[in-house]
Design a protein around this ligand. Structure first.
Ligand SMILES: *[C@@H]1O[C@H](CO)[C@@H](O)[C@H](O)[C@H]1NC(C)=O
Ligand SMILES: *[C@@H]1O[C@H](CO)[C@@H](O)[C@H](O)[C@H]1NC(C)=O
Ligand SMILES: *[C@@H]1O[C@H](CO)[C@@H](O)[C@H](O)[C@H]1NC(C)=O
Ligand SMILES: *[C@@H]1O[C@H](CO)[C@@H](O)[C@H](O)[C@H]1NC(C)=O
Ligand SMILES: *[C@@H]1O[C@H](CO)[C@@H](O)[C@H](O)[C@H]1NC(C)=O
Length: 348
């Protein structure tokens, strides 16, 4: 049953990256002859390393996860999906994937990969690679020569401290980039040309400031648990799609936030909890979720939500969290109900 689930996930993933028809995976199933009831084993699977499973009903996938492996086994050239997670792999040799140039997914998370033990050519020929999961390893650098075809790159929970300027060069289709839980102090401008990037997770690093020149198509920007104390003026105003910004557990102060920084339309959720703010920063009337708990806020300024309060002008805020600050219910002005008329939760 587990295999079947993984298999369906694999096909669904394919569908998701085609980005068109949500039923593409079903069409793919049919066109490959996997109609209803056709999931029984057949004998046309092809060769497979003894330590792995290559289900004959899905001959382009190789399951080698959680088998105590220390090396990447031979990957036959027909493979598109290879699952190597939860092993003890520390190195990747030159020829590990040299014959498997059709690979679309390589799952190598939860191993002990070391940057100095990954061949510079390891991934270089995988021109169809779309997902590469290298999270929860012992990497200190982003591997070099990664294919530019990658769409989903996971490097979180490693020991990466520095990112080379060429690391993500040419990755025009990169959509998801996980870099959280590393030791990154600064990313410089290396992300700015990632024109398709929609989700960037830089949380749990050692950032002291917001990276300059973030890619402009981001929908989600996560920078919580860093040491950021200031943000650049207008740093959110150039994004056209940004909806979720998380900056909790940083060192933000009022002085570090230029006026109107967070008053940008389009934003749905803003998390500034666990910082050092003394005032509620002005936010857009279209914001729906605002988290400000565990700051040093001393006044409930309704003008941060509604510059004008009347029947036509009100905030779309639904959830406002203000617990763990220096205010109480008595500090809420009487027009609060008119301005925050959409709010279902206000925590003080
Ligand atoms: C690659 O495939 C060819 C033929 O398909 C085979 O002869 C060769 O041994 C394979 N290389 C590796 C490294 O397995
Ligand atoms: C990887 O890191 C873990 C935890 O820090 C450590 O126990 C292990 O020995 C490391 N493995 C290698 C190959 O460096
Ligand atoms: C990005 O995806 C498009 C459409 O699938 C493809 O034509 C293009 O070659 C890809 N770009 C890169 C850099 O792989
Ligand atoms: C946000 O900016 C708009 C103009 O872009 C302004 O009309 C509005 O009053 C501002 N909101 C707050 C709460 O300052
Ligand atoms: C108040 O609402 C009116 C009518 O919708 C609109 O024209 C005006 O710009 C709003 N004022 C502010 C400050 O948002």
């Amino acid at each position: 049953m587990r295999l079947l689930v993984v298999f369906l996930v694999a096909l669904f993933g394919l569908a998701c990256c085609q980005g068109q028809d949500p039923f593409f995976w079903l069409m793919a199933l049919r066109s490959r002859g996997y109609g209803p009831g056709a999931l029984q084993a057949d004998t046309t699977g092809g060769d497979c390393p003894a330590v792995c499973d290559c289900p004959p009903s899905f001959p382009v996938a190789m399951y080698c996860d959680d088998r105590g492996l220390q090396e990447v086994p031979y990957v036959p050239s027909r493979m598109k999906y290879v699952y190597l997670q939860y092993n003890k792999i520390t190195r990747i040799r030159d020829d590990a994937f040299s014959n498997a140039t059709r690979l679309i997914w390589v799952m190598l998370h939860r191993n002990q990969l070391r940057s100095d033990q990954i061949s510079k050519k390891a991934f270089a020929n995988l021109n169809s690679l779309e997902r590469l999961y290298l999270d929860h390893n012992n990497l200190t650098q982003v591997p070099v020569n990664l294919p530019v075809s990658i769409r989903d790159l996971r490097l979180n929970n490693n020991k990466i401290s520095k990112i080379e300027t060429s690391s993500f060069k040419g990755m025009d289709n990169l959509t998801v980039l996980y870099l959280h839980a590393n030791e990154i102090q600064d990313v410089g401008g290396v992300l700015k040309d990632l024109t398709s990037l929609t989700l960037l997770d830089l949380s749990n690093n050692h950032l002291k400031k917001v990276p300059q020149e973030l890619p402009k198509m981001l929908h989600q920007l996560y920078m919580e648990s860093n040491s950021i104390d200031t943000v650049p003026a207008n740093f959110l105003s150039d994004f056209s799609q940004l909806q979720y910004v998380r900056m909790s557990h940083n060192a933000l102060t009022d002085r570090g936030i230029p006026p109107n920084t967070f008053n940008v339309s389009g934003l749905v959720e803003l998390d500034l909890s666990f910082n050092k703010l003394e005032k509620i920063p002005p936010v857009s009337a279209s914001l729906e979720h605002l988290y400000l708990q565990a700051n040093h806020i001393k006044e409930f300024s309704l003008s941060s939500f509604c510059s004008v309060v009347d029947i036509m002008n009100f905030s779309r805020l639904r959830v406002l969290r203000l617990g763990g600050n220096e205010i109480s219910l008595h500090d809420m002005p009487s027009e609060t109900g008119l301005c925050l008329r959409r709010a279902s939760t206000i925590e003080i």
